[in-house]
Design a protein around this ligand. Structure first.
Ligand SMILES: *Cc1c(COP(=O)(O)O)cnc(C)c1O
Length: 224
């Protein structure tokens, strides 16, 4: 089945309110255009250099998401156009993004990434670390970023109960931060969770935004 059909099939299998980020990392521009040509406009990349190249080459109405953890010294390259940065896990990085937002006279949307998986390799904040950031005066002074929600990755496992539990944890964190820090904010609304193998579980557990790559574009040549 081709890319256009795959993307339509996924969209038909999920509620219309769920946003789909088509993760095009490592894939060529033609593949992105195949999805674009069936009306898809939201794409995710996790390497700054690849993202900038694709942004420059492809239609300007594409909404680009950075789905990883950008290096501080590279934020400036995506700051002029990025729609949402999913993998923010420190005040230091928020400050860098804020500075680049200021230079570009825009507010850059960010998701706080949480560590919900058992694997120690998946980085992200713990709940306490996030509340320390959100409560700080330094954070409150950052006017060129907007925290629009949370992001997390479940453990890579066949154990559905474990995946459910981890996504459930992210939903609990979201609700708790919403109550404590964003109760009067409409923009704190996204829960970015769910990938090719687990997006249906993620949606059951409250995801608002899924990041799907290989199920749309086929397996990647190398693991990223
Ligand atoms: C690669 C990647 C995805 C997509 O993974 P698939 O399993 O190919 O759907 C989603 N989120 C992040 C953060 C990724 O790095």
């Amino acid at each position: 089945m081709d890319i256009g059909n795959k993307i339509n099939e996924i969209k038909q299998s999920i509620p219309a309110s769920i946003k789909l980020v088509a993760v095009s990392k490592t894939k060529p521009n033609e593949d992105i255009m195949a999805a674009y040509n069936v009306g898809h406009k939201i794409f995710g990349e996790n390497k700054v250099q690849d993202l900038v190249g694709k942004y420059e080459a492809l239609p300007k109405d594409i909404e680009w998401h950075f789905i990883g953890h950008p290096q501080s010294n590279k934020v400036k390259f995506i700051a002029p156009f990025i729609h949402l940065i999913h993998g923010v896990d420190s005040l230091k990085l928020l400050k860098v993004i804020n500075k680049e937002g200021q230079k570009n006279r825009r507010i850059i949307n960010c998701l706080l990434q949480f560590h919900i998986a058992e694997e120690s390799t998946k980085f992200g904040l713990l709940h306490d670390e996030a509340t320390t950031i959100l409560a700080s005066e330094e954070f409150k002074s950052l006017k060129n970023i907007a925290i629009t929600g949370v992001m997390g990755m479940a453990t890579y496992t066949d154990n559905i109960n474990q995946i459910k539990k981890e996504f459930g944890t992210l939903k609990i964190i979201f609700n708790s931060l919403k109550n404590e820090y964003f109760s009067d904010s409409k923009i704190f609304s996204e829960i970015s969770m769910g990938m090719s193998d687990d997006y249906l579980i993620a949606i059951e557990e409250g995801s608002t935004l899924i990041r799907v790559g290989s199920k749309i574009f086929g397996a990647r040549n190398f693991k990223l």
